[in-house]
Design a protein around this ligand. Structure first.
Ligand code: PGA
Length: 253
């Protein structure tokens, strides 16, 4: 019932040539499955979004941005509005990626404003949640994930919530080569779905896709996807190699 969703987060990588080449290779490797059997998105740096959107325009591969600002326009030097992202061909936008929370210093409230603004602007937000290693070790995983969810979704009614994808990304698993075990991922995904059911009711909670992210590779994608509440994967490093990302896409089929 939930179509698998594979998203490649390129982070601050690629250039004007390699971003287009990578997008084309993802399209070429996924045409027989993308859209019908699995949703696919490439999440490119702002400055390459337009070129990447053109490169995938005749395919079912969608484009996403890595961040957005919550205001519509005005004196916000350096920021990018939802309308601007729509204008260059974006469908999705990441909100609250852990690197923005922990490296750039975004607050929970700011992330919530971004999610709301993205939906109002006609984008589909991917709300990222997840605990630090010390939070996991202190037994606080569920508290942190619940706080990220409640503040990230603050004020959204059920209709708006249906535009949201949630991505669980334990910070200790991102870029470290240390993937959460499929069981660890499933435990938190189940907790997230339960919480969504409490807030929005079971029917809607059953429709929301919850992605796992953190050191996803071709050789662990299938077992992660085999978990009942893992509906897709948010892939960093491995999405920069078209062959690897295509293998991961196919693990969802
Ligand atoms: P990674 O990144 O796959 O390189 O661990 C995942 C992410 O940050 O989205």
């Amino acid at each position: 019932m939930r179509k698998p969703f594979m998203a490649g987060n390129w982070k601050m990588n690629t250039d004007s040539h390699s971003s287009v080449a990578l997008a084309r290779a993802v399209v070429a490797g996924s045409t027989d499955v993308a859209g019908d059997r699995v949703d696919v998105a490439v999440i490119a740096p702002f400055v390459y979004l337009r070129a990447v959107a053109q490169a995938v325009s005749s395919s079912a591969v969608a484009v996403g941005a890595q961040d957005v600002y919550f205001e519509q326009k005005g004196a916000f030097t350096g920021e990018i509005s939802p309308a601007m992202l729509k204008d260059v061909g974006c469908t999705y936008v990441l909100c609250g990626h852990s690197e923005r929370r922990h490296v750039i210093g975004e607050s929970d409230d700011l992330v919530g404003k971004k999610v709301t603004a993205a939906i109002h602007g006609g984008l589909l937000p991917i709300l990222c949640v997840g605990e630090l290693l010390e939070e996991r070790d202190a037994g606080k995983t569920e508290n942190v994930v619940e706080r990220h969810l409640r503040t990230g979704l603050a004020g959204l009614d059920g209709e708006k919530m249906s535009a949201v994808t949630v991505a669980y990304e334990p910070v200790w698993a991102i870029g470290t080569g240390r993937t959460a075990t499929p069981q660890q991922a499933q435990e938190v995904h189940q907790f997230i779905r339960g919480l969504l059911a409490k807030i929005y009711g079971k029917d809607l909670a059953d429709e929301i896709r919850i992605l796992y992210g953190g050191s996803v590779k071709p050789d662990n994608a299938k077992e992660l996807m085999a978990q009942a509440d893992v509906d897709g994967l948010l892939v960093g490093g491995a999405s920069l190699k078209a062959d690897d990302f295509v293998k991961i896409i196919r693990a969802g089929v």
